[in-house]
Design a binder for this molecule. Sequence first.
Ligand code: NAD
Length: 272
Amino acid sequence: MIQGSTELVAIVGSPIAQVKSPENFNRWFVDQQQNVAMIAIDLAPTALDAFVQTLRGWHNLRGCVVTVPYKQQLAGSLDSVSERSTALRSINVIRREADGRLVGDIVDGEGFLNAARKHGFNPQHKQALVIGTGGVGSAIAYALCQAGVSRLVISDISHERVEALGKLLRSAFPAIAISAGPTSLAPFDLVVNASPVGMGATRDEGPMPLPEALMATLNASTLVADVVTSPAVTPFLAFARRLGCPIQTGPEMALAQLGNLGHFMGVTPLEI
Ligand code: NAD
């Protein structure tokens, strides 16, 4: 029950009905008997500036998770953001300090890595392929570089996006071999689909982000991951599973990120 004394966190985006964070966080708050609740806000773009001002003056609000389409726009409206948010020009969580200052970070990449580590994947000195260089793909690519991969290959249907992310990563991580591609999947320890391809697929044989001939070069020891949350097992993951690869789903990544989001807002420990 939300009471007068309940502290709030929020998630903002548009549309918002599909997000799973409110039920995941609220279940945790109830289980842990915390007097905190998460609300979901479907915000019109015209109200964004007023929303930021409202966050500053909202005394019983601890923070706000940010989702599509406001991750980039809000990154430029806060009082300070993390180094990775500055580099990626994107946030997915805001903390409201006691004096009303708003601080932002992007923890999509950390969530992804938490889930991958649960599969026994240690990024150090590994070779990784990230398909899709939008908001989530960029955050995953950045986190993989920070965690010490030796080689990163990025791919996207948008040549400009690959160029821009490659430039950013090469300048932030000069020791890592970063290129566009790939021509074979055999060398990779990790292959991630961070594009929306496969979203809403109802059959195992639906669309995949790579041609089937390239998919057939996958090594059975490669961890194959997808960020798409619905269906949990996309045609891409189903294909990899048929080849014998270990797979990691989008819902696993979303769940593994809860602690990062909650800890940043000051309402949960890092590991929940
Ligand atoms: P985005 O629009 O910022 O980026 C998507 C990128 O994919 C674009 O650069 C686009 O050009 C590229 N792309 C599209 N089709 C492609 C193809 N066939 N091959 C290669 N690249 C292709 O979107 P985003 O915010 O990065 O979200 C991507 C996906 O991640 C969505 O499906 C979203 O629902 C999901 N998501 C999952 C989680 C999670 O925790 N699992 C969190 C956030 C978002």
